[in-house]
Design a protein around this ligand. Structure first.
Ligand code: SF4
Length: 403
């Protein structure tokens, strides 16, 4: 990162598990910081909710630095949904029909997304950005969105999570706009299974999109597959084989309770240990020496049995059976500009209205700090576990949150 992007990494704050937050409202002006990270005196003439003289923060949330939470984690991995619509209807994500879309006026504009990312990077220390949906390619101005972000943040890694339908026509333009890398959702290599899972017959379009992405030089390209019992759970080895043969990293994701049909069941989850065992029937797995850090995927090196040459990499995201919340570094913004501190949060913080009401960068940054301070310990609450009996699925589906 260049000097413009440097920031002071806040020290983790140790708070006993189960500590409660008494308020997450607008904030005090203590320690207001510049968009470049340096301190400046508070200016009572400037707009923004953090400017109320004498306001006192009762939550214990920090008033400067990055996005700390009560458990000592710091969020540097920013995920911004740019649209809630999708051109597929995956069974684990959306209902077959009847999904209400956000009205256009509630969606963040390209300029609003650019501003929010700028605040996250320049004021709050975000180190990487993932653009999500819905399906981001449904947005016709996606190239413009990315170009604006890139202009403000020359060194920011910008990734896109997409189903790749329509990517064949846009891969080069996205690369030219400043996109760095891709995660493509693809659960099966069989056209019939694809049509059953996504309720649309578009496997050919996805494969064409992947080919175009590779030709455009986008990379690394990761393939994300959600394994569903009785549907695609026999495709573990074929998917790994196909991915590594094409230079893609294969990633398997345990099915999570974020579906539109509310039919998720823990007993249908293919656990990470079974995925590893299936892969090991054909490949040798060894832990990736680069380690995992705060990444959701546990990464493995893959070699064909009897060969020493590295065939490629596999990642397994085991949110259900091997949760990794203790190292979580993610903060999300929905397409209507609401901060979600956790994928499974039941509460959101409206950043877009504050932006539209004229809040300055410091005001937006403080709203974000407060929201993240209240981040739950794991899985939307201070108790861990998606399969526990008292787990409550969030109202928004995966498509409306962004992955
Ligand atoms: S469930 Fe919430 S806390 Fe856990 S890893 Fe996902 S976003 Fe982070």
């Amino acid at each position: 990162m260049d000097a413009e992007h440097t920031h002071t990494r806040p020290r983790p704050v140790s708070v006993p598990l189960g500590a409660t937050v008494t308020s997450t409202g607008p904030t005090a002006q203590l320690g207001a910081i510049r968009s470049t990270g340096g301190p400046r005196p508070a200016d009572p003439q400037r707009p923004g909710p953090q400017r109320e003289p004498g306001a006192v923060r009762v939550t214990g949330a920090p008033t400067e630095g990055g996005l700390q939470d009560r458990f000592g984690r710091v969020a540097t991995d920013l995920r911004v949904s740019v649209i809630d619509k999708c051109n597929l209807r995956c069974t684990y994500c959306m209902p077959a029909d009847g999904m209400p879309w956000l009205p256009q006026t509630q969606l963040m504009s390209a300029d609003e997304i650019r501003r929010i990312v700028r605040v996250a990077v320049h004021s709050l220390g975000a180190e990487e950005l993932r653009i999500t949906g819905g399906e981001p390619l449904v947005r016709k101005d996606l190239e413009h969105v990315i170009a604006g972000i890139r202009a403000d943040n020359p060194d920011l890694p910008i990734a896109l999570t997409t189903n790749a339908v329509g990517l064949d026509r846009r891969a080069q333009a996205l690369k030219d706009a400043g996109l760095s890398r891709l995660n493509v959702s693809l659960d099966t290599l069989h056209p019939e299974t694809f049509a059953e899972l996504t309720r649309r017959p578009h496997l050919d379009k996805v494969l064409a999109g992947l080919q175009a992405a590779r030709a455009a030089g986008l990379g690394p390209i990761k393939i994300n597959a959600v394994l569903l019992r009785g549907i695609n759970d026999t495709e573990v080895v074929p998917l790994v084989d196909w991915a590594v043969s094409n230079g893609f990293e294969m990633r398997f994701i345990e099915d999570m309770p974020l579906d539109g049909d509310r039919s998720w069941s823990a007993t249908n989850v293919i656990p990470a240990r079974d995925i590893r065992a299936a892969i090991e029937e054909t490949f040798t797995l060894s832990a990736d020496p680069r380690g995992r850090g705060a990444a959701p995927a546990e990464r493995w090196e893959v070699r064909r049995h009897g060969e020493t040459a590295l065939a490629g990499h596999v990642g397994i995201i085991s949110s259900v059976t091997e949760p990794f919340c203790a190292a979580c570094s993610r903060t999300r913004v929905t397409a209507d500009g609401r901060i979600r501190s956790c994928l499974f949060s039941h509460e959101e913080t409206d950043l877009l209205t504050a932006l539209r009401d004229g809040a300055d960068d410091e005001g937006l940054a403080q709203i974000w700090r407060d929201a993240m301070w209240a981040k739950p310990r794991a899985h939307g609450s201070d108790r861990v576990g998606l399969a526990r009996p008292d787990f409550v699925q969030p109202e928004r589906t995966m498509s409306a949150i962004g992955g």
